[in-house]
Design a binder for this molecule. Structure first.
Ligand code: CS2
Length: 487
């Protein structure tokens, strides 16, 4: 089929019926500000919100704020805020256009515009997907305050960071009598609601203020695999739509959202869109972070070391699925109390099936990035709990050792691996100052207090286990280590 249109309001009637937005673009008034216009939000909360409004109405259009780069923002503007979600790996490609974006903002270019949006009484929810590092806190939830952030929080520098946008926005909202607000962190942080409440309280204290009583921070668990969009995905989205889209996002068929129901200013009817509203998100959060995300990291580090490009390729490594099953059953399951009726082992099986979706083209190095920020939430809790129970979490230690080996920057073939991590400089400095031996590497990285709590950094049993695995990986490579581990 020849593609003749560029996605935009004018092109909507030319789209196949099933690809048209569920709401009339531009007609839903804004009620949500979302910080982080990345692919994940556009394939997850935006879709749930559009479906909720289509089912039950409400002024819940989303003002999408791009933190730094303007690229997606400009492309969305050129398409009247419309974009498509391409779902791959099911029976056939499906593309649907999303029309719930009701405004666009740019934190780096117009931070005061974002502050004004947070303070706007029509806005009753601020959602966020900005990745772990943007919150500027350590693994214990302590605000990492420097002079620049202090200036942003106290109002002497433009509030371009996430903590400052929230603080300046909340203060302005309070001064203007903006009314109750919910701040919903949709990033993969353990206990994300309370953690962000703690962060915002600390940041407000720097600005000399207390947390207003009418702001809620519910916890939430979000789940959908949404990798970076490739040229092939763009081509497939255009084919499915019959129109060109410069900013499609690609996702797996599976999607899940579990939300603690605490919205003092109201909320969309997300339950009508398939979300689960509950009193306690913890079992879901724990299950997802400790199983799905930890197993993802295992595939990413071991696969990257073995020279595999995609997560799906990693699962083709002989023995890896069996090893991951043991990781789930022996290390993870004992630390997770799953939601009623859910088995960790069965959940783990479903995760392996989802990871095998090759159409996603999910690259190991994408999941491998930001390890210093991700691993405390997805892996180190498991390690700490197993150690407290007197057990040696050997598979979790292998994953951690694989991260350490990855941090050295070389695959087993000698090819370079990118260390894309906010702590990259510190990690490199620590490694450069240490002998390039298993013990040297393990000791240098265990000493990173931003990543490892003292309980783990000083654990001699864990250290020995890490050294053992690191040595195996260094001597034999990831592929042989995996095969040898099970024999
Ligand atoms: C992944 C997640 O990149 C990563 O670290 O583990 O983005 C994962 O795809 C999502 O959490 C799935 O919901």
């Amino acid at each position: 089929m020849a593609v003749t249109y560029r996605l935009g309001r004018d092109a909507l009637t030319s789209l196949p019926q099933r690809s048209r937005p569920a709401v009339q673009p531009g007609e839903v008034r804004p009620g949500i500000v979302h910080l982080g216009l990345g692919a994940f939000h556009r394939a997850h909360q935006a879709v749930f919100t559009e479906d909720a409004v289509a089912a039950s109405g409400g002024d819940w259009g989303i003002v999408g704020v791009a933190p730094r780069s303007r690229t997606v923002l400009d492309q969305l503007r050129a398409q009247d805020g419309l974009y498509s979600v391409l779902t791959v790996g099911g029976a056939e490609d499906e593309a649907r256009t999303i029309g719930i974006l009701a405004g666009l903002g740019h934190a780096a270019g117009d931070p005061y515009g974002v502050v004004a949006a947070v303070a706007d009484p029509n806005i009753r929810i601020v959602t966020m997907t900005v990745t772990e590092k943007a919150y500027r806190m350590d693994h214990d939830g302590r605000l990492l305050l420097d002079d620049d952030l202090r200036a942003q929080l106290t109002g002497t520098a433009p509030p371009v960071s996430v903590p400052a946008l929230l603080v300046r926005g909340l203060l302005r909202r309070q001064a203007a009598g903006g009314g109750p607000l919910t701040v919903l962190c949709c990033d993969n942080l353990m206990g994300n609601g309370p953690r962000i409440r703690g962060l915002v309280s600390q940041a407000l204290a720097v600005a000399g203020a207390d947390l207003p009583g009418d702001v809620a921070f519910p916890a939430t668990m979000v789940d959908r695999i949404v990798p970076a969009t490739s040229a092939d995905h763009r081509r497939r989205a255009a084919l499915a739509l019959g129109a060109d889209d410069a900013v499609p996002v690609v996702a797996e068929p599976f999607t899940q959202w579990v939300i603690e129901d605490d919205f003092p200013g109201g909320r969309p009817d997300w339950a009508a869109a398939g979300a689960v509203l509950t009193d306690d998100v913890t079992p879901w959060e724990m299950l997802k972070l400790r199983s799905l995300n930890a197993v993802h990291s295992a595939c990413a580090y071991l696969g990257a070391l073995a020279g595999r490009e995609l997560i799906a390729d990693s699962l083709d490594l002989p023995g890896l699925p069996a090893l991951l099953r043991r990781f789930i059953a022996e290390d993870i399951a004992p630390t997770v109390t799953p939601p009623p009726g859910v088995s960790v082992v069965e959940y783990g099986e479903s995760v392996l099936v989802r990871f095998a979706n090759r159409e996603l083209g999910h690259r190991n190095i994408q999941v491998a990035m930001d390890g210093s920020q991700k691993l405390p939430h997805r892996l180190l809790g498991t390690v700490a709990e197993r150690r407290r129970a007197g057990a040696v979490p050997c598979w979790a230690a292998l994953v951690l050792a694989a991260w350490m080996r990855f941090a050295r920057g070389y695959a087993d073939s000698g090819a370079t691996l990118p260390l894309d991590d906010p702590l990259a400089d510190r990690i490199r400095a620590a490694l450069d100052a240490a002998p390039d031996t298993p013990a040297g590497t393990v000791d240098a990285l265990l000493a990173l207090s931003q990543v490892f709590p003292p309980e783990l950094a000083g654990d001699e049993v864990l250290r020995r286990e890490l050294i053992r695995w690191y040595d195996e990986l260094a001597r034999h490579g990831a592929e042989a280590t995996i095969r040898g581990a099970l024999s």
